[in-house]
Design a protein around this ligand. Structure first.
Ligand SMILES: NC(=O)c1ccc[n+]([C@@H]2O[C@H](COP(=O)([O-])OP(=O)(O)OC[C@H]3O[C@@H](n4cnc5c(N)ncnc54)[C@H](OP(=O)(O)O)[C@@H]3O)[C@@H](O)[C@H]2O)c1
Length: 349
């Protein structure tokens, strides 16, 4: 089972923690890099934690030392990071780099970047294959930077074969953006209803960190220059996610479906509430790497719910999850939700 050496950049994040474990279990000698050089309790003792800030190119080069057979980069954004990796190609056998479904655009040039515009939400094919159009690479936005990252790395495929993994809504313990909190906190707060825009039918493809780590493991063993979608075996609707969280937490809530968009800002607006489906075709990963999902959405939820509940026990959600609060500040505006519910029910009687 002996593999070579693996260097994981971003090792203490939600993806890195699990990927380090999966690579080590597959026989790789793993060096686990982050600025804090932290460790995960689930890692075997011979995983070596390394302190490095990847923004410091010289420090990254020094941390790599003689190099590695495979480098997993969980925190690469944009052209500069791609060039940094290319500059290390003589010491890195191959790479696996986390990208994003935010690179896709539809036939009318709409992408996540245009969703704030009138009729700006993309109408992607269902499901989206890797050959779908992508946004023009630039330094402008998260999506265009990821597109630039992909382009630069694919162009260097002869020197540094790189598998780019496009992810949607990543979930699992230690997520900096735990969308599941939307329902977990409502359950903990004893909220009786779940108001859901778009009738709860939105689908924004989830991917559990264990499924991502399985793809990392397979791509590490079979280097190539490629992009692959990732996703859970099913793309649950918001209503299904709500029901799955309720089931794990042993509560029953009433669903209040809303036709169309959120009726007021912060009402019915979950982190997965998209106007049109964002569902990824994952069959290329199956064909190219023999990928099979190792978990499903509902099946994977209990440890995430336990972790979220623990994290919330002693702290306000904004303190516990500052990244989430920054991206979605209005997730728990119960006063506005109640006012809308009362007004809607008064109108109905
Ligand atoms: N969240 C989503 O739904 C989603 C969707 C699509 C794609 N993605 C992609 O997922 C990736 C993020 O992975 P994640 O969620 O596992 O991240 P994460 O949980 O935020 O963890 C980030 C990891 O990187 C380390 N790190 C951060 N900055 C660093 C630096 N300058 N040098 C070295 N290490 C650094 C952090 O540890 P220290 O702080 O100690 O350095 C930590 O180990 C990104 O590429 C993102 O675009 C996320």
């Amino acid at each position: 089972m002996a593999n070579g050496t693996a260097f994981v950049l971003g090792a203490t994040g939600q993806i890195g923690r699990v990927a380090v474990r999966a690579l080590a279990a597959d026989g790789w000698r793993v060096r686990a890099a982050s600025r804090s050089a932290g460790r995960d309790a689930g890692w075997p003792g011979d995983v070596q934690a390394v302190a490095v800030d990847r923004e410091d190119g010289a420090a990254l080069g020094a941390a790599l030392g003689d190099g590695c057979d495979v480098l997993l980069d969980c925190v690469a954004y944009g052209r500069e990071h791609a060039r940094q990796l290319r500059g290390l190609a003589d010491r890195v056998g191959s790479a696996v780099v986390i990208s994003s479904g935010a690179v896709y655009e539809d036939e009318r040039g709409r992408s996540f970047d245009t969703q704030g515009e009138p009729d700006g939400f993309p109408a992607y094919p269902v499901p989206i294959t890797e050959s779908c159009r992508t946004v023009a690479p630039s330094d402008q936005t998260y999506g265009t930077r990821k597109a630039a990252l992909e382009q630069e790395l694919l162009a260097a495929g002869d020197r540094l074969p790189t598998t780019l993994l496009r992810a949607g809504a990543i979930h699992g313990p230690h997520s900096p953006l735990p969308r599941e909190l939307y329902f977990v906190k409502r359950a903990l707060d004893g909220r009786p209803v779940r108001v859901l825009a778009w009738r709860g039918e939105s689908r924004f493809h989830t991917v559990h960190v264990d499924n991502l780590a399985e793809l990392v493991r397979l791509a590490a063993a079979r280097p190539g220059s490629r992009v692959l979608n990732t996703g859970d075996p099913e793309a649950p609707s918001v209503a299904e996610i709500s029901a799955a969280v309720d089931a794990v937490m042993g509560v029953r809530s009433e669903m209040v479906p809303v036709d169309g968009a959120p009726p007021r800002p912060g009402v019915g607006e979950t982190p997965w509430s998209v106007e049109r489906p964002v569902v990824f075709d994952t069959s290329a990963a199956e064909r190219e790497l023999g990928y099979r999902a190792v978990t499903g959405y509902a099946e994977s939820l209990p440890p995430t719910v336990e972790w979220l509940t623990r994290e919330l026990a002693a702290r306000d959600w904004r303190t516990a999850f500052p990244v989430l609060a920054g991206v979605y500040p209005g997730l728990f505006d119960y006063a506005t939700e109640d006012a809308w519910l009362n007004a809607t029910r008064a109108k109905a009687t």
